[in-house]
Design a protein around this ligand. Structure first.
Ligand SMILES: Cc1cc2nc3c(=O)[nH]c(=O)nc-3n(C[C@H](O)[C@H](O)[C@H](O)COP(=O)(O)O)c2cc1C
Length: 178
């Protein structure tokens, strides 16, 4: 039987360092996984690590000549789920407004697969009316959300904005795909 494919979109949050673990768990559970990153995300986690764990080239630079064979449209079409984890405030805004300017927002716009987003940001950014409006728009258009949760944030403060636990994200992803 053909394996289900999860395309993982990674954006510029400090929580991106947890994504290799998401890839590892999804692979262990028998999913095919392919990663796309925003340029900001690749400051937090390397495409090399994600490629090694997923077995597929992780693409960050849309115009990378070595990735020209990996069409964002093909990736969007092959996905059984597009999981964006962590989802930054900027990416939520881009997706809500239809601004397709990096691999993550392009795949979001191009895919017909279900979309699951795991936001991660400081609580001030999460609570901002602009972010809340973008989340409302994305939910209206069918995107599902997991988290964010209350907890320790990167600057040592605490509040809603922490990315959900990786196992919870994987559980939600599995539920949607099956
Ligand atoms: C150390 C550091 C941590 C950051 N953490 C977050 C974060 O958790 N969530 C967020 O929305 N933005 C965070 N940012 C800001 C984003 O990286 C920035 O808005 C970037 O433009 C996001 O781009 P992207 O959505 O294309 O990945 C952080 C920036 C820095 C320097």
């Amino acid at each position: 039987m053909k394996k289900k494919k999860i395309v993982l979109g990674i954006t510029g949050s400090i929580a991106a360092f947890k994504t290799p673990e998401i890839v590892r768990i999804l692979k262990k559970k028998g999913f095919d996984v392919a990663c796309v990153l925003t340029p900001a995300a690749s400051q937090f986690v390397t495409p090399f690590v994600l490629s090694a764990l997923s077995g597929e080239k992780a693409v960050s630079d849309m115009f990378d000549p070595d990735a020209a064979h990996i069409s964002h449209l093909k990736m969007a079409e092959e996905a059984d789920l597009f999981l964006i984890a962590p989802a930054s405030a900027a990416t939520l805004a881009r997706c809500a407004q239809g601004i397709a300017e990096d691999m993550v927002s392009v795949v979001y716009l191009a895919t017909k697969a279900p979309v699951l987003m795991a936001p991660a940001m400081h609580d001030t950014m999460w609570n901002h009316p602009a972010t809340q409006k973008n989340v409302e728009i994305l939910k209206e258009r069918g995107a599902k959300f997991v988290g964010p949760i209350e907890g320790d944030l990167a600057d040592g403060s605490s509040g809603p904005g922490r990315m959900s636990d990786v196992n919870e994200i994987v559980r939600m992803a599995e539920r949607i795909v099956s």
